[in-house]
Design a protein around this ligand. Structure first.
Ligand code: ZN
Length: 398
């Protein structure tokens, strides 16, 4: 992660949506005199960012909780009072597919405008068969409509819904519903590539998470896990044991958890904007994870409750200022390792021959400006599979 392979004076040759060569500009111009040319004007070209953790399908924003938290009401207490995830669940259940699509599309477009060319989007504000399927169908439609690469994740195990909490056997019944009804329906319609579970004391226990994830794996889905966000509960160890592609959050990961991740190859996806927004003092131990040999990815965790941001470069800024990573490390975390956290590191995340032409062009002079500017609007253009993803004035498709 310490070497981002930054080069000067290069051109990128793109053919049929894929990168065909990366070489000196003069060489490429000589060998391909008839190629259409986009002048990058001495800017910085990076692989398109991979935002490997978002909850972008929701209804209304939840600004009222921010002030509550500032008076000291903790996150799990807000959830207990019917706020938090439950508020988003009530809200989403009342909205149709069309409406959810219309709300989500501009959010993803804003992410694209911040250099993101691949985005993972989770369900998890439905928590009932019809509402979860509706959410995943919206994600599929976004994937078909937007130029970005959209990776769908089923997260029916985001929380135990209120109607199940209130009954004595409700918890067990919801787990059965997840495994026996929801998961088979998701798989039947091929609506998700991954399954994710909020494994946290007070939400889903390690045993319950294992039950859902094992069923998902048997049904052919890849695995991700919200692990050790608020307390260390064995989530990272479970992700490693099940061969999950990623364990996400990890602010409270234990030393055993770090060792397990290092041994397994599971990517640690860190979400520093969430902890910043929640006003938490301690960020995930990024340096210890990297020194132990864990691949670290960075993502926005874009969601209405705890990380209402589509500003991907802000996450890079936090990677340096809060997680104490180097510029090379945050660049790798946002590209190669983000792709690995979605199981697609063989096709996106690098500017190299045979990779998809997923690129972001920045109106900056030096790559170190990417995590430096604490603002937005510097992504000049981006492409996914060679097609304009965030067109400003450069609308050329390759
Ligand atoms: Zn999340």
């Amino acid at each position: 992660m310490r070497d981002a392979a930054i080069r000067d004076d290069v051109g990128v040759l793109v053919r049929a949506g894929a990168i065909a060569a990366v070489a000196s500009e003069r060489e490429l111009r000589r060998e391909h005199p008839h190629a259409a040319i986009v002048d990058c004007e001495q800017g910085v070209l990076t692989p398109g960012f991979v935002d490997s953790h978002t909850h972008a399908i929701f209804g209304r924003a939840r600004y009222e909780e921010q002030e509550l938290r500032s008076t000291g009401v903790p996150y799990l207490e807000i959830a207990r009072r019917g706020g938090g995830i439950h508020a988003s669940v009530r809200d989403l259940r009342g909205r149709g597919e069309e409406e959810l699509f219309a709300l989500a599309a501009p959010r993803l477009t804003r992410l694209a405008a911040s250099g993101v060319t691949t985005v993972e989007v989770k369900s998890g504000y439905g928590l009932a068969v019809d509402a979860e399927l509706r959410t995943l169908r919206v994600i599929r439609r976004l994937a078909e409509t937007l130029p970005m690469r959209v990776v769908p994740t089923w997260m029916g195990a985001h929380e135990i819904p209120v109607e199940h909490r209130e009954r004595e056997q409700g918890r067990r019944e919801y787990l059965e519903l997840l495994v026996r009804e929801m998961l088979p329906a998701v798989v039947r319609e091929r609506l998700a590539r991954f399954a994710d579970v909020f494994c946290e004391p007070g939400v889903f226990s390690v045993d319950e998470s294992r039950q859902v994830l094992t069923a998902a794996r048997d049904a052919g889905l890849g695995l991700k896990l919200h692990a050790d966000e608020l307390a260390s509960g064995g989530g990272a160890e479970l992700a490693a044991a099940l061969g999950a592609v990623s364990a996400d959050h990890l602010a409270a990961v234990s030393d055993d958890g770090i060792r397990a991740l290092a041994a397994s190859g599971t990517v640690a996806t860190l979400l520093p904007a969430t902890l910043l927004f929640l006003g938490m003092r301690d960020q995930a131990p990024a340096r210890r994870l990297i020194d132990a040999g864990v691949a670290v990815a960075l993502a926005t965790d874009f969601n209405p409750g705890t990380s209402p941001t589509t500003n991907f470069p802000l996450v890079l800024t936090l990677g340096v200022s809060q997680l104490r990573l180097s510029v090379a490390e945050v660049l790798v975390a946002a590209t190669v390792n983000g792709a690995a956290a979605l199981g697609i590191a063989d096709r996106t995340g690098q500017l190299a021959p045979s990779f998809s032409a997923d690129m972001a062009l920045w109106a900056i002079e030096d790559v170190r400006e990417l995590p430096y500017w604490l603002d937005t609007g510097r992504c000049h253009a981006s492409w996914t599979r060679g097609k304009p993803c965030h067109p400003r004035d450069l609308a050329l498709a390759f």
